[in-house]
Design a protein around this ligand. Structure first.
Ligand code: MRU
Length: 372
């Protein structure tokens, strides 16, 4: 894909990376430099970068900065361990954060000096980035036939897709997960239309997915989060495709809050509900999504206030939506049980949302025992 990536080595400063500050999209394209562990923590926690694969890639560069900072510290090992523990606390739900840090730790195991560790960590982070690009493209190739099949059943009419949150390239490096089949279908000339859930409270659908689709020239319509059920009842949705932040080995899926309600509506209306995922978002250690996936609770102010583009001042503007004294509650994710999911689209192919389905594609995980 010929689009700007979401994270890249700083063109002028060695040992730094740049990211798109997603808090300003779709209104302004702001680039932020990251060159310390503290900055990486903040970027993930404050959602400068977000989306499971991008959180993982950014954390992987965080491990590189941790090596550099450890080298300057009086007690390097302790400093390094503290940095990694700090990064692990930035957000709880997307398993890619923990996966990427663990990958990097393994990658550094045999290095003897801090400069050597830093070099390996930089290379490891770059590898995670490149792998994500390749994985997402494969997800696209495996998801495409689903759209082609629907298109064949309604010649000339657009395939109506509903998606939630942003499981697009901004949540990854390129392509996205749920959007990868859409990009390929569009490139192949398949008529498409995407219903984009606005995704309150942070509006990743309205601000990020809509921006991406608009840039790619893919017809889309932003809808409020409660519209999907109505559209499905009226046969206006052919297929739902969403992303995931953590998937259990049994196929339960944690994704942005509200995903579960869309899956319920899809189930009730016999609309196929697919989850597109890189295997890096599978937590092979857990089996019961509802009990075992940690759900992030974010600031109530994200519900109480909203930020948007003020056309009169040509600047971003934040306003309060709720009565000043009303409390608010802000769960970031919910769990969609495997029984509501028609199938998983992975980089190795499609499978049922079940342990048997996943193990057929990832047989090497059969040996990894749960909770070891
Ligand atoms: O809170 P966010 O914006 O990080 O949540 C992102 C999502 O829920 C995405 O759908 C998910 O990470 C998949 S990204 C390819």
């Amino acid at each position: 894909m010929n689009t700007q990536r979401t994270i890249w080595p700083h063109p002028q400063k060695a040992s730094a990376v740049q990211v798109i500050d997603q808090r300003f999209l779709p209104h302004q394209l702001v680039v932020m430099d990251l060159h310390t562990v503290a900055q990486v923590y903040e970027a993930i926690q404050k959602m400068v970068v977000r989306g499971a694969p991008l959180i993982g890639a950014t954390a992987a560069y965080g491990v590189f900065f941790a090596c550099q900072e450890a080298a300057q510290a009086p007690e390097p090992e302790a400093h390094f361990a503290q940095s990694l523990a700090h990064l692990r606390e930035s957000r709880p739900t997307a398993v890619n954060l923990f996966w990427a840090i663990d990958q990097q730790v393994k990658n550094l195991e045999n290095a003897v000096s801090w400069p050597e560790k830093a070099t390996l960590a930089w290379q490891g982070a770059a590898r995670i980035v490149e792998e994500d690009v390749a994985i997402c493209r494969q997800i696209g190739l495996h998801g495409l036939p689903l759209l082609e099949k629907i298109a064949a059943q309604k010649p000339g009419a657009p395939v109506q897709v509903l998606t939630h949150c942003n499981a697009g390239r901004l949540g990854c490096i390129e392509w996205g997960t749920a959007t990868a089949p859409l990009y390929l279908a569009h490139q192949n000339g398949l008529p498409l239309h995407v219903w984009v859930d606005e995704t309150r409270p942070r509006n990743q659908g309205a601000s990020l997915t809509a921006w991406e689709l608009q840039q790619a020239g893919i017809p889309h319509t932003v809808i409020v989060d409660n519209t999907g059920g109505h559209l499905m009842q009226h046969r206006q949705v052919d297929i739902c495709i969403v992303g995931t932040d953590r998937t259990t080995r049994t196929g339960d899926v944690a994704n942005k809050i509200g995903t579960y309600l869309k899956a319920l509506a899809a189930y009730d209306n016999q609309v196929p509900f697919y989850v597109a995922l890189p295997s890096t978002t599978i937590d092979w250690q857990i089996s019961e999504g509802l009990r075992e996936i940690p759900i992030e609770t974010r600031s109530a102010d994200e519900v109480r206030y909203i930020t948007g583009w003020d056309e009169s001042t040509q600047a971003l503007h934040t306003v309060r939506l709720t009565p000043p004294q009303s409390p608010a509650l802000n769960y970031g994710f919910d769990v969609t049980p495997a029984r509501l999911i028609t199938g998983l689209i992975t980089e190795r192919g499609l499978c049922p949302a079940s342990e048997a389905g996943l193990l057929q594609l990832y047989p090497e995980q059969a040996l990894a025992s749960v909770n070891d």
